[in-house]
Design a protein around this ligand. Structure first.
Ligand SMILES: [Zn+2]
Length: 56
C-alpha cells in the first residue's frame, strides 16, 4: 500500500489497481486535470501584459 498522491488515502500499489499510485481512477483523473489546468506550472517571471486589443 502507498499513500495516494492526490488525497493521501491508502492506495493499493499492485497491478490490480490500474490507477496506482492513486487510490482510484478518479484521483488519477483529478491529478492529470490539475496538470492540464497548469496548476503546477513553473513560476513565470514575465510581467503581465495588458490584453492585446487587436482590431478584427
Ligand atoms: Zn486518492
Amino acid at each position: 500500500m502507498v499513500a495516494c498522491p492526490r488525497c493521501g488515502q491508502p492506495a493499493l500499489f499492485a497491478p490490480a489497481n490500474p490507477a496506482r499510485p492513486f487510490c482510484s481512477p478518479r484521483c488519477k483523473q483529478v491529478d492529470f486535470g490539475a496538470w492540464a489546468n497548469e496548476e503546477y506550472r513553473v513560476p513565470d517571471a514575465t510581467p503581465e501584459l495588458p490584453p492585446d486589443d487587436e482590431p478584427a
